[in-house]
Design a protein around this ligand. Structure first.
Ligand code: SF4
Length: 303
């Protein structure tokens, strides 16, 4: 364990900073989500839709004023790491992040959402076998650490689905798959939704891409023109279902649709969907090699 100065180890510093960041994420939506909700509220004309959006804004104000999580379901914490191969504290990271969840569970506080499968007991700590979930990407020639922190709530996780299509299903097959999931389960996830779609070879490669798609800022597009055009078509298609805020009907069902893709085996189309709810609580933080941090998802925050 490396020491930053005489008193604080690097592991303690990461634990403390990320623990506070998780607490903030539970109370304050990232800037892009907050902005999109305001835009969507303006587009609705039905009084009920407007009231629902206003109650969401009110909920967020009260969460900050009362210093409480904005939704009772603070989810399972998931970390998506892009760690520079030269980041000096790489070996401390898993333990530091796990401890940060424990700190946030006590201090934020977070609901206890880690149930040991097969033994069927709640650990009461948000820590268990494989939780928090930590997904690693190692970045060559970098000494930085980039973290996406996500609260995976039950309702917004529920519509998640992945399957492998025959290649003849084509892009029409992908569209049918996504729209079937949205019409069957979209309403469970507290719309308006952020919809992540992964297109790859197999269930697991598509699934991880569909979740990473939810980490992208709202308003961003897939760099491939055709994929970006499909994002727009899917967005229009899901909006036409008319879920509206909290599923109580309205003009818009989604905050956006993001597609992430990889090359694929010629004989398969792996496709997956993941959803984020209106309370899409994620945060993005970057540490340098001295553990100075920059938060890009929430402006004006010092932890
Ligand atoms: S779907 Fe989102 S807003 Fe709805 S209960 Fe779950 S975490 Fe909360």
């Amino acid at each position: 364990m490396e020491t930053l100065n005489n008193e604080v180890t690097a592991q303690q510093k990461i634990t403390e900073t990320v623990g506070k960041f998780i607490g903030l994420i539970g109370k304050r939506l990232p800037d892009d989500v907050g902005k999109r909700l305001v835009e969507l509220e303006k587009e609705e004309v039905a009084p009920l839709s407007k009231v629902v959006y206003q109650s969401m804004m009110d909920n967020q104000d009260k969460a900050m004023k009362l210093n409480r999580p904005s939704c009772q379901d603070t989810g399972v914490i998931q970390f998506f790491i892009k760690c520079g191969a030269n980041f000096p504290f790489i070996g401390d990271l898993e333990e530091a992040l796990t401890e940060s969840v424990l700190e946030a569970t006590k201090n934020a506080p977070l609901r206890h959402n880690s149930v040991e499968t097969f033994d069927e007991y709640n650990t009461g700590k948000n820590i268990g076998k494989g939780t928090p979930s930590i997904f690693w990407d190692i970045v060559p020639n970098s000494d930085k650490l980039e973290l996406d922190v996500y609260m995976a709530g039950g309702g917004c996780t529920l519509p998640g689905k992945s399957m492998v299509l025959m290649p003849s299903a084509g892009y029409e097959g992908i569209t049918k798959f996504v729209l079937d999931v949205m019409t069957e389960y979209g309403i469970n996830a507290c719309p308006p939704l952020l919809v992540g779609v992964g297109v790859a070879t197999s269930v697991e490669t598509a699934a991880i891409l569909s979740k990473k798609a939810l980490m992208r800022p709202i308003g961003s597009h897939n760099p491939n023109e055709r994929a970006a055009s499909m994002e727009k078509l899917l967005e229009d298609g899901i909006n036409s279902i008319g879920l509206g805020p909290q599923g109580l009907s309205g003009k818009k069902s989604v905050m956006g649709v993001h597609i992430e893709n990889s090359a694929r085996h010629p004989s398969t189309i792996g496709v997956a969907v993941n959803t984020g709810c209106w309370s899409h609580r994620r945060g993005h933080i970057i540490f340098d090699k001295n553990l100075n941090y920059e938060i890009t998802s929430h402006t004006g925050v010092t932890l």
